[in-house]
Ligand binder design. Sequence first.
Ligand code: G6P
Ligand code: ZN
Length: 543
Amino acid sequence: MQKITVQSKPIAGQKPGTSGLRKKTHVFMESHYLENFVQAIFAAIGGVGGKTLVLGGDGRYFNDRAAQVILRMAAAGGAAKVIVGQGALLSTPAASNLIRTRNTDGGIILSASHNPGGPQEDFGVKFNTPNGGPAPEEVTNRIYEATKAVTSYDIYETHDADLSQVAITTMGNMEIEVVDPVTDYRALMEKLFDFDAIAALIAGGFTLRFDAMHAVTGPYAKAILEGALGAPEGSVINAVPSPDFGGGHPDPNPIWAKPLVDLMMGEDAPDFGAASDGDGDRNMVLGRGVYVTPSDSLAVLAANAHMTPGYKGGLKGVARSMPTSRALDRVAAARGLDCYETPTGWKFFGNLLDAGRATLCGEESAGTGSDHVREKDGLWAVLMWLNILAETKVSVAAIMDRHWREFGRNYYSRHDYEGLDKTAAEAMLDDLRARLPDLPGQSFAGLTVASADEFAYDDPVDGSHSAGQGLRIGLAGGERIVFRLSGTGTAGATLRVYLEAVEEDPARLDRPTDEALADVIAAADAIAGIEKKTGRTEPDVRT
Ligand code: G6P
Ligand code: ZN
């Protein structure tokens, strides 16, 4: 085994986005690409010497190779120890948990989340800080600056570490602890939720289907839902992580998890359906005949959290990303809870959770979580739902109905226009931004604009300021439209249009979402000129 110093030079474009650095896999496989970025992470944390890190990923193509490179660089940099999931696997929430409970100096997670995997698809690397959360902007900026200054990196020339068995080994002076990816995570879930009550519900005939989408939550869901809670074998499907996620998009939404949605809307629907994404932090929840929007799911969890052991003492506060519907705000108002509005990106919740200002938080992009870790957590949300269902003993549809009757309903949908020309998409939003001051008072598709601004966030904990976080249009009837460009794509631009209308009339709580939002959708197009400027008549994805 020999330590070598490899000469390198900065590679352009290694700027972490909403959630780490994401690029096409072949880009990460180009010479020095991964190494330079890892070197920049080490530089940004003041060197890896003497430090302990957690390492794992979602099992996508190149996950195993990248893990070996990172281990050899960490060892060469003098790291004390790396805790790695067996097979280099760790779901994002499980990694967050290990980073926290083992008092480490942070962790490196290999994932492009819900983006497809494979040689022609996407790969990603993100660094999480010692609190277990995604690196805040101040750290990602430091990483980016460091990528611009790389001149060389150290690495060991040695054979691969054996990650196939749970064991402690060494590489040079560095310890490598290979852990079962599921054990600690399952123990945490057992503390938060009433497993006996959920098991009794299932034993009583309650049926469920969990689609792991060929991604990392397969082993977790098998162990917890089928193993600990006794759901019959086959309740968890697509449970073996595959390098290309079975050729699909591991994104739990009505488009990419259509087979599950079809099942839940059909005659043979089980009582409960759920899916999670590539790295296990997102979730989708369905009941027989009902799809629960992520924004509604967050509101329902907030309203009922006290029924579960981990949250029976109540919530310190709640938080949502700005584009997420304001269903949560209604629960917070009714229960006297503080409700924070943050920019898109889980990293913005970290300070609120650390400071004890919020317990529960979530995003429209299928992310819900709490202060149990510092990432969103797909299976956690599923277990919380199951715990609530076990307590209330009613169907998902009945829970939603009750919820809307009590709090009103925020009809909500997100329309995505994918693969747009980046310059054209930016120009469209630049144009809209320039017109914002003139919009109030004007009417579009019969709706009058009441307010229009660009969202900026002042973090109440560390005082940091984040500008340019989305264009918001408030309409006179309480409707809202938000426009922003995705920060997680790897090619072109994706325009996201978030549409919301509030309904308090008990007779109008059961309308089809598209019908309830028809005017808002028309107004969005009229305000931004989507069709005129992009040539697109329909979004690619509606969530
Ligand atoms: C990732 C992040 C989320 C974010 C989502 C959508 O999943 O972890 O925090 O909401 O991406 O981001 P985007 O910029 O693509 O809308
Ligand atoms: Zn994810």
